[in-house]
Design a protein around this ligand. Structure first.
Ligand SMILES: [Fe+2]
Length: 284
């Protein structure tokens, strides 16, 4: 069997050429990133991976694999990693045990590099989730950062302020994994909006709760050049997860199940932001 270093070198050679420009300023106290998308693109589809939980026995591998293929094959899709990419169960984590996973945490980390390599050129940045943070909290080792480094991608330990420049627009994305618990619909909406008092954004994107939600916040802004006011409404979004419910920690704790999959936001030339979430199911 090849050692991981050799395997990693081979995987990194498969990375495709990036079509968007990513600039991470170093002379800053803020977790910021600037993205420039070619104006030849007709729209931008943002489809981040939140709460994939690779390695968990409840991970929906079939759905995740099909979405990964869609991201890889669709030309105008960009993604980022919103945390909890792998389940990373260990002794100190609530609900985690050797029986809750079918891949060891070390293999989860190594496998994730290989799984995500085909979309490396479409991935803007990495932020960790509380599941990756289990190793950070227990041993001071940030495994999410190791994953981002192996994939040669910008990494931020909590928030990422990301400006996407395209066709004269500057879309302001603020991403975080999300934190804390919220079991009722109202509490989830409040949890998703938590950064509104202090942060300005066009899209505030979290996951963590495994309860997809899109909330449009009406907002007025001032044009700093002219002093005139204009509408600049924003989207507060919670992505779904790729975790099945029954047999999971969530079911044990009676945290309600949520639809699995991707949340997608489409950025339009006129500044409009469209949201796409799915309620799949049979209608018998
Ligand atoms: Fe999660």
């Amino acid at each position: 069997m090849e050692d991981f270093a050799t395997e990693l070198e081979k995987v990194q050679k498969t990375f495709k050429k990036r079509k968007v420009r990513i600039y991470k300023p170093h002379d800053t106290d803020f977790p910021e990133l600037l993205i420039t998308v070619p104006d030849s693109w007709k729209q931008i589809q943002l489809a981040p991976l939140y709460d994939v939980h690779y390695g968990s026995k409840e991970h929906d591998r079939a759905l995740f694999t099909s979405h990964l293929k869609w991201i890889a094959e669709t030309s105008d899709v960009l993604t980022f990693n919103g945390g909890d990419m792998f389940d990373n169960g260990n002794k100190i984590a609530p609900g985690a045990s050797s029986t809750s996973q079918d891949v060891t945490p070390e293999e989860q980390l190594h496998d994730s590099v290989k799984i995500l390599a085909p979309i490396q050129h479409k991935t803007l940045f990495y932020i960790p989730g509380n599941h990756e943070d289990r190793t950070l909290n227990a041993a001071g080792i940030d495994v999410s950062r190791v994953l981002a480094d192996n994939l040669k991608l910008p990494y931020f330990p909590d928030y990422c302020f990301c400006t996407i420049k395209w066709r004269g627009n500057q879309f302001r994305l603020l991403a975080h994994h999300g934190s804390g618990g919220a079991s009722t619909a109202g509490a989830q909406r409040n949890a998703a909006r938590k950064d509104m008092p202090w942060a300005k954004f066009d899209i505030l994107w979290t996951g963590h709760l495994h309860q997809p939600m899109a909330d449009i916040a009406y907002q007025i802004d001032f044009d700093q050049k002219t002093g005139r006011v204009f509408e600049r409404c924003s989207v507060v979004m919670i992505s779904p997860s790729y975790l099945k419910y029954f047999g999971s920690y969530a079911a044990k704790k009676r945290l309600a199940p949520g639809m699995r999959g991707l949340g997608v936001i489409i950025l339009q030339e006129d500044g409009r932001i469209d949201v796409s979430l799915h309620a799949r199911g049979k209608r018998l």
